[in-house]
Design a protein around this ligand. Structure first.
Ligand SMILES: NC(=O)C1=CN([C@@H]2O[C@H](COP(=O)(O)OP(=O)(O)OC[C@H]3O[C@@H](n4cnc5c(N)ncnc54)[C@H](O)[C@@H]3O)[C@@H](O)[C@H]2O)C=CC1
Ligand SMILES: [Mg+2]
Ligand SMILES: [Zn+2]
Length: 282
């Protein structure tokens, strides 16, 4: 097995002994010099029991079962030589199998931590056997992992690309427009609405390009290319700090490699210039 095949998500009974364990808290994972996967027995022996809020069997890494321990706290050094590392850092390091495993584990553990009680009757929830779901024994409601579909779109006008800055971005970085899908909306309607809201432009010729799981904390990115049709840029107050047209020879600092934002930009440039198309990791 190579690359992302090393990691296979699966619903595994957390009661099963052996295998590997991850320790997660607030989008950070415990590591030591050997990495992020610990022999499960070793981690359980080191961690004080009240520290472990829940345990979930999440899949197989290199055919060995993996569970994630959701910890109450990520302060201090829990193990000799141990340290905490953020999920984003793992993405930047570019080990795709490990990043996919951690993205999945973080999403499951965070969702379960935030869904301990039934939103309908208030009763305590229990994991449903054989499915990734929490079940309410009193009203029989099932709660499934939370996913937030979001569109992301690169708008072009000939050679020019529309890129924008959110106040949340790293200094100087400009990116494509993005936003969450609302109830009742198709993803094409979402693209048109987000573009109107964020920059007051009209777009057409929407082309769906690719999708990307974005576990920060639970987005599913649906990527488009679209053509400018009409309007003058008016940045949305609070959300968009600056938005402008850029030519390919004068691009600003762009989002990180591996993000679908970067991929949409590089793909457009490659198609315009007839050079080799980039590959979206995943
Ligand atoms: N992978 C990539 O290349 C990129 C991913 N993204 C992701 O796309 C997502 C959407 O982008 P934004 O511009 O931040 O969204 P947005 O344009 O819809 O605005 C964010 C606002 O939406 C509201 N909101 C927060 N969570 C929500 C939810 N789950 N459902 C509905 N509304 C919600 C909040 O008021 C928040 O301030 C984010 O998760 C962001 O991290 C954004 C850019 C690049
Ligand atoms: Mg947005
Ligand atoms: Zn209930």
């Amino acid at each position: 097995m190579t690359g992302s095949n090393l990691w296979q998500p699966a619903v595994i009974d957390a009661g099963q002994a052996g295998g590997w364990a991850l320790a997660h808290c607030r989008q950070q994972f415990l590591c030591d010099a050997r990495g992020v996967l610990f022999p499960r027995a070793l981690l359980q022996a080191h961690l004080p029991q009240p520290m472990v809020l829940a345990e979930h069997g999440v899949g197989y890494f290199n055919r060995q079962p993996v569970c994630v321990l959701e910890l109450a706290d990520n302060a201090g050094d829990l193990l000799p030589g141990g340290f905490w590392k953020g999920l984003r850092q793992f993405m930047h390091e570019g080990d795709l199998a490990t990043f996919r495993m951690l993205g999945y584990a973080a999403q499951v553990a965070t969702w379960a931590r935030q869904h301990r009680f039934c939103g309908s009757c208030g009763g305590p929830l229990q994991p449903l056997s054989g499915e990734r779901a929490m079940a309410c024994p009193s009203c029989e409601l099932h709660h499934y992992p939370r996913l937030s579909p979001s569109i992301i779109v690169l708008i072009s006008r000939g050679d020019e690309l529309l890129l924008a800055r959110s106040p949340r971005f790293a200094a100087g970085v400009y990116s494509t427009l993005a936003g969450f899908v609302e109830p009742g909306e198709s993803i094409e309607e979402c693209v048109r609405r987000e573009v109107r809201e964020e920059v007051a432009l009209e777009v057409g010729n929407l082309r769906y390009i690719a999708s990307q799981s974005w576990p920060f904390p639970h987005s599913l990115m649906l990527g488009f290319h679209a053509d400018y049709v009409a309007g003058e840029i008016v940045p949305q107050p609070e959300e968009i700090e600056d938005a402008r047209w850029f030519t390919p020879d004068q691009l600003p600092p762009l989002p990180a490699h591996g993000s679908i934002a970067r991929y949409l930009i590089e793909l457009y440039l490659a198609r315009r210039s007839g050079t080799a198309e980039p590959v979206l990791p995943g």
